[in-house]
Design a protein around this ligand. Structure first.
Ligand SMILES: Cc1cc2nc3c(=O)[nH]c(=O)nc-3n(C[C@H](O)[C@H](O)[C@H](O)COP(=O)(O)OP(=O)(O)OC[C@H]3O[C@@H](n4cnc5c(N)ncnc54)[C@H](O)[C@@H]3O)c2cc1C
Length: 344
């Protein structure tokens, strides 16, 4: 008899894993504390090897049908530096998480998966249970309190499909989505308490007076219902083999959002888990054996990328390093392409 799998968390990693398992005929239940559709703090820029994972799982055409846009150009803005425009070395996709997570949930159910929304998992993680519950909340990481903000706007002409605005306190991405919508999403850090975001979020997300970002967003129409926040982010890389449970996605480790690779890692880590889980379900491997295989494969796949992403993220918060990096990227296409490739 095929053993069933239970997945805690119905975000991108949990749903992708659930779909992959259902495609292999494995009985799968996902426990999701929230529901669908809903807005998530995310730049909604999908780039990297995760696109190939989606393709192998047969999900790419459906995602395109949900309104994913192909993104091919970028511009970077930083105070005191001229804007840098570059083609994206690899075509990326822009899609609202409101649509994406909802569609993946429907797809999982269409394939016979049992999706339990509004059910928060409180029990222990025993054999056959995978943790896909997203980031682990930490008040401080590297001595800072990190938080993210996201809102959709319309009526915002962009200079490129992805605009990245590098600021002293963080960074804000503008990403072209379907139907004239633009994702405005930022990651910020504060040395003291998290500010009152419900009242002051525009001061952070829309840039300081006189900034390029603020002048760009001045005429935009804000879709208030799409606004969301997240805090307690930990951006220190973690190894899969150090986790007591089997983990996928952000539950495994978070990559700094500057790279736009977190969703890709969610898809990739889900795909990496499929074959070992299948062997467990068919009784060929024990749970510890499957868990070790998945952890080793995850660490081998993500270690280098996480190291580079951490370095790029640190450079962003150090003005001389940021200026040097931007200068190099502006001068040399191979440097830009190399840096892009290393974080994917
Ligand atoms: C500011 C910011 C910008 C970002 N921008 C980008 C970007 O542009 N491109 C990119 O690729 N990535 C980006 N990311 C990262 C990306 O959003 C994540 O990597 C991705 O969402 C991870 O998916 P996940 O399924 O692992 O976790 P999540 O999407 O967080 O899903 C976890 C799910 O588990 C559920 N859950 C948690 N605990 C329980 C429980 N006990 N029981 C049941 N359910 C539970 C939650 O409700 C949630 O739905 C960004 C992140 C931040 C913070």
């Amino acid at each position: 008899m095929t053993k069933p799998i239970r997945i805690v968390g119905g975000g991108l990693s949990g749903l992708t894993l659930g779909i992959g398992l259902r495609l292999r005929g494995i009985p799968t239940t996902i426990f999701e504390a929230g529901g669908y559709p809903r807005h998530r703090v995310c730049g909604e820029f999908i780039s990297g090897r995760g696109l190939a994972s989606l393709d192998r799982l047969g999900l790419l055409p459906g995602i395109v049908d949900q309104g994913a846009r192909s993104l091919t150009t970028s511009s970077f803005f930083s105070p005191g530096n001229p804007p840098i425009r570059n083609p994206l070395p690899q075509t990326a996709l822009g899609i609202s998480r409101f649509a994406l997570d909802d569609w993946l949930g429907q797809e999982f159910q269409r394939l016979g998966g049992d999706l339990r929304t509004g059910e928060r998992w409180h029990e222990d993680f025993s054999d056959g249970i995978v943790r896909a519950s997203g980031r682990r909340a930490e008040a401080k990481s590297d001595g800072w309190r990190w938080f993210g903000l996201k809102v959709h706007v319309t009526d915002l002409p962009l200079t490129a499909d992805l605009e990245m605005h590098l600021l002293p306190s963080g960074y804000v991405g503008l990403v072209r989505l379907a139907d004239g919508q633009v994702n405005v999403c930022g990651l910020f850090r504060s040395a003291t308490a998290i500010p009152d975001l419900a009242r002051r979020w525009r001061e952070w997300l829309f840039g300081s007076p006189g900034s390029e970002l603020q002048s760009r967003l001045a005429q935009a129409r804000v879709q208030e219902e799409s606004f969301c926040t997240v805090a307690g982010l930990s951006l220190s890389p973690r190894l899969a083999r150090d986790h007591p449970e089997m983990c996928v996605g952000d539950a495994l480790t978070m990559i700094p959002p500057l790279t736009g690779n977190g969703m890709s890692m969610a898809f990739e880590s889900a795909e990496l888990a499929l074959a070992p889980l299948e062997r467990f379900c068919h009784g060929d491997w024990s749970w510890p054996q499957a868990q070790r295989e998945i952890a080793d494969a995850s660490d081998a796949t993500f270690r280098r990328r996480l190291r580079w992403a951490r370095w790029v993220q640190s450079a962003q918060f150090c003005a001389p390093a940021r200026a040097t990096l931007l200068w190099l990227v502006a001068q040399s296409q191979p440097v830009w392409r190399g840096l892009f490739a290393q974080t994917r």
